[in-house]
Design a protein around this ligand. Structure first.
Ligand code: PLP
Length: 400
């Protein structure tokens, strides 16, 4: 009999973290792999944020804090929601966790009963499915269409809702597609939700600030304030301020959910790192120019990689609105053979081929619920990205 709990059988290790560690292993062995699998910016954390952490340490802010976040960080989060989203919250409607993933986990764990359904549009961020499964919920995966940027439509949402639906998860800009919902798209989704008063909506806004071409960010609550008593807004400092390692995420939502999350946290992690919380206060309250200057760099990389991928026979890549991923279709390469006679039967074969032969790490689309696609992160240096795109082009041209 295994020592491991049977619930572990429901989940898998995060495939994106696996790819990154696979690439890191090869790099450590002296192999010149270019990793385009990771979900984090290449830039350092801005100096003002790091200084705030030093000061917090000097002031001995090194002890336990309130379980679900310091008063100062909750206030900074409330101000952020007011400033960026015109949303008003009370501290009792805010929770801070050890990363957005942790806050998402707690929100789902606190609310999902055995068999409750959670609607998740494809392609989805890998963790949604596993987190719902570990909470004994049932992920209801809804197919979307490449022609509208893989976004959930009012019709497909309506068709997916049952009397067991607990949550709908929306993620904009999306990991992996980079698509962002427009006001009108969210308006029509909100109209469906207004007809289903028992359905809650979780909007994952972690890429809110990484949006290009002067597009304006909306989440469902900004579009329909009547949904406030059943919307959970998930956000964090990881992506906007290049703070993935600091592990601070936060959520805003109905008081009963916030209280339940705090209870779970009090019996698991306790408070998020006190120093990271102090740094996050500075991230949210301090100068915001890092976001703008980093987006200027990212958008150039986006345009470069999209152009390069679309020049490859058999690859089709849409221009993403935001985040730092492209999600090209490689459908026309499926069924081809490598020079060594290996058959590319699916996107995993393709990703393995790129890793082994082109020394480029990308994530197969199947990790996000989509065959025939790969996710490529362009949050890496211009030189590495250029070299990687040349290697990908050359590897694809070798396929017959
Ligand atoms: N949501 C999405 C869509 C993400 O891609 C990620 C990270 O990759 C997160 C949430 C969680 O980020 P973190 O736990 O670093 O705050």
């Amino acid at each position: 009999m295994s020592v491991l709990a049977s619930r572990l059988g429901k989940i898998q290790p995060s495939p994106t973290l696996l790819i990154s560690s696979e690439a890191a292993k090869r790099k450590a062995a002296g192999i010149d792999v270019i990793g385009l699998g990771a979900g984090e910016l290449d830039a350092g954390t801005p100096e003002n944020i790091k200084n705030a952490a030093f000061i917090a340490m000097q002031k001995e802010q090194t002890k336990y804090t309130a379980v679900d976040g310091t008063a100062a960080l909750k206030e900074a989060i409330i101000n952020k929601f007011k400033r960026d989203n015109n949303l008003n919250y009370d501290p009792s409607e805010i929770t801070v966790g050890c990363g957005g993933k942790h806050t998402l986990f707690n929100a789902i764990y606190a609310t999902v009963n055995d068999g409750d359904e959670v609607i998740i549009p494809t392609p989805y961020w890998v963790s949604y499915i596993d987190i719902v499964m570990i909470a004994d919920g049932k992920p209801v995966v809804v197919k979307t269409d490449a022609s509208n940027g893989f976004k959930l439509t009012a019709d497909s949402l309506r068709a997916a809702i049952t009397n067991k639906t607990k949550w709908v998860i929306l993620n904009s800009p999306s990991n992996p597609s980079g698509s962002a919902y427009t006001y009108e798209e969210l308006r029509s989704i909100a109209n469906v939700l207004l007809q289903h008063p028992n359905v809650y909506v979780l909007t994952d806004d972690i890429y809110e600030h990484i949006l290009y071409d002067n597009k304006k960010f909306f989440n469902i609550l900004m579009v329909e304030p009547l949904l406030k008593d059943r919307t959970f807004v998930l956000n964090g400092v990881s992506k906007a301020y290049s703070m993935t390692g600091w592990r601070i995420g936060y959520g805003a939502g109905p008081k009963d959910i916030i209280k339940a999350i705090s209870m779970i946290q009090s019996q698991s992690t306790s408070n998020p790192c006190s120093i990271s919380q102090a740094a996050s206060v500075e991230a949210l309250n301090g100068p915001q120019d890092f976001i703008h200057s980093n987006n200027k760099i990212l958008v150039q990389r986006r345009d470069m990689i999209v152009l390069s991928l679309n020049s490859i026979d058999g690859v089709k890549c849409a221009v993403p609105d935001g985040a730092f991923y492209v999600f090209p279709s490689i459908e026309n390469l499926i069924g081809k053979q490598t020079k060594a006679g290996r058959l590319i039967q699916n996107c995993t074969d393709f990703a393995n081929y790129l890793l082994d032969d082109a020394l480029v790490a990308v994530v197969p689309g199947v990790a996000f619920g989509m065959e025939n696609y790969v996710r490529i992160s362009y949050a890496t240096s211009d030189a590495a990205l250029l070299e990687a795109s040349n290697r990908i082009a050359s590897a694809c041209s070798d396929l017959r």
